[in-house]
Design a protein around this ligand. Structure first.
Ligand code: ADP
Ligand code: MG
Length: 571
């Protein structure tokens, strides 16, 4: 097949432009991304060989190899993993499958500072493309395990790439970067220097479970008399220690953070690291992370979640959703079980008793971590709740066993303070003796709720109201129904008689509703007739002080917010 030239998809082209013009300040991380891809490819190969004995692949010495050529100014990252077919190269390298990318690019344009841009890029895992931060040309040669023919992909990152088939490609993938001239002032280092490579690998990829080997420099550079590279043996740069198997005081926060970045494809540090070592009959280790920001697609249907599952240090699968309930789908991490079969499949996982036990234990651990955060570091807890409160509240509906634990860490906006949210416990604590119920109002925004006529009487009487603006709020409030013997009551539902709640006994009460009903019978009858099918009933209410009328739903009706929630959950 002759060399063919293709155009990048529009989104890919835009991302590449960003890389070439380097919106991301720390350029060293390109190496982390390439090693991360190589490591994934080795995991996949080992698994493929395990599952299919007839696969014609060599899995005897799986490793990652780095080769630098100071004269030619190239750096090659090579793996003997699963590789890619011709079609896979086009699909995986030439396009960006992520549908959120267009929105992301728009946001990125609006983020003026680099800190903002760095963060945004992190959400979209531009992985392989980050090579173009440090290289003006990139060549990738790959052969899929079990296939005969290889593929060579080349691009300068400027709109087009070329593809050709090659006959003599080794199994796996080699990515060769033709490096830009070093420019230390702009954090562009000399990536052919062994000590630079060594340092970057140590910093970002130490825990990678495959050996990362640096090949000695070629003879062409011999007159440089570099002692470090004079030896003829490849040098293994990483320690390959599984972080979850090491004790807490042996591992630095930075090391945990790098593992998080490797498994989550996020470029930012996590908000929280959670360790769990379960001993006894069913032994496992878990290392979980709460990200610092919610991913943009957390509420979309295809959102891929779950933890990485290892069995005795061997990677088994990504996105193992069975290990955590759906309302903790933002949690990332690794679980390494001692006593599962290496051949464990998703079908088996769904029914496995041990997996269910693990799920229960991990859930409790995450919730207790949030509680600790709440008790010891309000600011962190606030940040957590801002990002993940909306999804955590789904658990109030779907996980009755942990409802109390969830309620304890939930907080809500309230009329009491424009900035400070409140827990139900705090609300209850403040309730005057005359008040028996907890009041809430749902709506699209705080402002929309505050402008609602339903709020008038409560404002006039100084009764605190929770302002709930997430789609799930309506549902959990209905489902949960009460908190420590106090009813949760929606202002928009049913008849709320505020007479008994008031402390300054007003005279309106004395004349009684019955008397008023008689007095206004004509008006009510006329309105009922005019509104016809639109309403169930027209009645007098004590809930308004300024507005003449408002619409309320019956206690059991489905409200618009509820409908929106079910839509969001894809039902
Ligand atoms: P991500 O790793 O987040 O999926 P990347 O841009 O880093 O995104 O890589 C895109 C895809 O290209 C990978 O998901 C993988 O399928 C494929 N790929 C990249 N590098 C390799 C490699 N060394 N071996 C096999 N496949 C690779
Ligand atoms: Mg990647």
């Amino acid at each position: 097949m002759p060399t063919e030239t293709f155009e990048f998809q529009v989104e890919a082209r835009q991302l590449l432009q960003l890389m070439i013009h380097s919106v991301y300040s720390n350029k060293d991380v390109f190496l982390r991304e390439l090693i991360s891809n190589a490591s994934d490819a080795l995991d996949k190969l080992r698994l493929a060989v395990l599952r299919d004995e007839s696969l014609d692949a060599d899995a005897s010495d799986l490793h990652i190899e780095l080769e630098a050529d100071q004269e030619a100014r190239t750096l090659t990252v090579r793996d003997n993993g699963i590789g890619m077919s011709y079609d896979e190269v086009t699909r995986l390298i030439g396009t960006i499958a992520n549908s959120g990318t267009a929105a992301f690019l728009q946001e990125l344009k609006e983020a003026k500072d680099t800190a903002g841009a760095d963060g945004l890029i992190g959400q979209f895992g531009v992985g392989f493309y980050s090579s173009f931060m440090v290289a003006d040309e990139v060549t990738l040669v790959t052969r899929r395990a079990g296939e005969r023919q290889g593929t060579r992909w080349t691009s300068r990152g400027e709109g087009t790439y070329t593809l050709e088939t090659v006959d003599d490609a080794p199994q796996g993938t080699a990515v060769t970067l033709h490096l830009k001239p070093a420019d230390p002032e702009n954090q562009l280092h000399d990536y052919t220097a062994p000590w630079t490579i060594r340092e970057i690998v140590k910093r970002y990829s130490d825990f990678i479970t495959w050996p990362v080997r640096l090949l000695p420099a070629g003879t062409a550079t011999s007159d440089a008399a570099d002692e470090e590279t004079a030896a003829g043996e490849p040098e293994t740069l990483n320690s390959m220690k599984a972080l979850w198997a090491r004790s807490r005081d042996e591992v630095s926060d930075d090391e945990y953070h790098e593992l998080y970045k490797h498994i989550s494809h996020d470029w930012r540090d996590p908000l929280e690291t959670i360790r769990l070592q379960a001993e006894g009959t069913f032994e496992y280790q878990a290392l979980l992370f709460v990200p610092s920001h919610a991913p943009h697609d957390l509420f979309t249907q295809g959102y891929r979640h779950g933890l990485q599952l290892y069995v005795k240090r061997v990677f088994i699968m990504d996105d193992c959703a069975e290990l955590l309930p759906s309302y903790l789908r933002f949690v990332k991490g690794v679980v390494d079980a001692q006593d599962l079969s290496l051949n464990v499949s998703r079908e088996i996982l769904q029914q496995d008793r041990h997996i269910r036990m693990m799920q229960r234990r991990l859930t409790k651990k995450v919730l207790s971590t949030v509680k600790d955060m709440m008790n010891t570091d309000q600011e962190r807890y606030r940040a957590f709740w801002r990002e993940f409160g909306a999804v955590l509240k789904e658990g109030l509906v779907t996980d009755p066993d942990n409802r109390d634990a969830l309620l304890a860490v939930s907080s809500f906006a309230s009329t009491r303070d424009a900035e400070e949210p409140t827990t139900l416990a705090q609300y209850a604590e403040r309730m005057p003796e005359s008040q028996t119920d907890i009041y809430y109002m749902t709506g699209d925004s705080r402002q929309a709720i505050e402008n609602s006529p339903h709020m008038e009487a409560f404002r006039a009487k100084g009764i605190e109201v929770l302002l709930l603006t997430d789609p799930v709020d309506e549902v959990w409030a209905e489902t949960v129904g009460e908190y420590e013997g106090r009813k949760l009551r929606s202002l928009a539902k049913g008849d709320i008689d505020l007479g008994t709640e008031s402390t300054d006994g007003e005279e309106g009460k004395d004349s009684g509703k019955d008397g008023q009903n008689e007095e206004y019978a004509g008006l009510l009858g006329w309105m009922t007739e005019r509104l016809g099918e639109e309403v169930k009933e027209v009645r007098l209410s004590s809930r308004l002080t300024v507005s003449p009328a408002c619409v309320v739903s019956d206690t059991d009706d489905m409200t618009p917010a509820l409908e929106a929630m079910y839509r969001a959950m894809g039902q």
